[in-house]
Design a protein. Structure first.
Length: 223
């Protein structure tokens, strides 16, 4: 395993604190566990070398293959909306850089994460192994199918957008669970929270957002 040095992890801690204060707390993210996790996880290690100096800025960043690492506020707001307590098994669709996977791994028992692009998944695995996360299981596949063998999940996070949240994924949400995902057209979406209670799904909208497309059988078609 390729362990990262404590210096590599600790550097940028001032910028990280500032990011949490100015981008998360000031915009209403209140869950202390989420704020602490985002103060700890070294976001710069998930950015491309040439973009490390922008890792704590208030914006998404390119990670290659036309994909992005989401803006810190969006990661905080989505993670808070999952309402994690530490006991959950979480399904994440869209590993991307692995940054949000790390945040969720800090806050839940186990994370099952799926990425359709092999290079991104491999790169994320390398970084997360270097940070010694032991509670993450990776898969390279079309995540719109979910992970039926491991369902039901206590929480599901989709970090790419479809027109509608795929029914295949809603079905894999356990009783009392929450699913957080963007949904809408390719240009603009709403962040949606679905909650399953007594077998029924309720829906809440958190606000506007813009994500890369969820490409697959139950998402947008690959061109
Ligand atoms: N949360 C990630 C991070 O912190 O870096 C950002 C994820 S990025 C906005 C969305 C990711 O979803 C991309 O890496 C993209 O390749 C992936 N994706 C899109 N469609 C997918 C699918 N059907 N299954 C799995 N991953 C998918």
């Amino acid at each position: 395993m390729n362990r990262l040095s404590p210096e590599a992890i600790q550097s940028y801690s001032g910028q990280r604190r500032k990011m949490v204060e100015e981008q998360l707390v000031e915009r209403g993210v209140r869950d202390l566990r989420v704020l602490e996790a985002m103060s700890r996880v070294p976001r710069h290690l998930f950015a491309q070398d040439s973009l490390r100096h922008r890792a704590y800025g208030d914006a998404p960043l390119p990670i290659g293959e036309n994909q992005t690492i989401s803006q810190p506020y969006i990661v905080g707001a989505m993670t808070e909306a999952l309402g994690l307590t530490g006991e959950e098994r979480v399904l994440e669709i869209g590993t991307g850089s692995g940054y949000q996977t790390a945040i969720v791994a800090e806050l839940a028992r186990q994370v099952f994460t799926i990425e359709r692009l092999n290079n991104l998944s491999r790169q994320a695995q390398k970084i997360l192994e270097g940070l010694s996360y032991m509670n993450i299981v990776f898969k390279m596949f079309d995540g719109t199918y979910g992970w039926p063998d491991q369902a039901p999940f206590d929480a599901i996070l989709i970090t790419a957008s479809a027109k509608e949240i795929p029914e295949s994924l809603i079905k894999q949400l356990g009783e009392g669970g929450r699913l957080v995902a963007p949904a809408g057209d390719k240009e603009k979406q709403k962040l949606i929270v679905l909650t399953k209670k007594d077998g029924r799904i309720s829906r809440q909208e958190l606000g506007d957002c813009k994500f890369v497309p969820l490409i697959g059988k139950y998402g947008w078609q690959d061109k």
